[in-house]
Write a protein of this length. Structure first.
Length: 115
């Protein structure tokens, strides 16, 4: 499976610490609710209510997932009155979420149709 062109590839062999952090990141993305939340944030900032509506999970579960993403340094927060506003930390994460969804889309479109 090919995600990027050769010139976009990482220029050096990753070390153990880098591989461990990448695996941790991918494990966080491996949860459907967290991936849905991150995808919703690719459109811009949002509060917990908006994100709860976007993913259809219970508000306490959404808050727990957002806390994990915040502690992992994947999302930023800021206060707006009593509301907490979430945003993606950087464009790399936006591209990673987009690429994961593109790979899924390609895999789904490559499936043979059954009668």
């Amino acid at each position: 499976m090919h995600l990027s062109s050769a010139h976009d590839a990482h220029p050096r062999t990753p070390g153990g610490e880098q591989l461990a952090l990448a695996a941790e990141l991918l494990a966080l993305l491996g949860d459907r609710t967290r991936l849905t939340l991150l995808h919703a944030l690719t459109a811009g900032e949002a509060d917990v209510t908006t994100l709860t509506d976007a993913c259809g999970a219970a508000r306490p579960a959404v808050s727990q997932h957002l806390a994990r993403l915040r502690l992992a340094g994947l999302v930023n927060t800021r206060k707006e009155g009593r509301r907490v506003i979430y945003s993606l930390r950087d464009g790399h994460l936006r591209r990673l979420v987009d690429e994961a969804l593109k790979v899924a889309d390609h895999r789904l479109s490559d499936r043979p149709l059954h009668d």
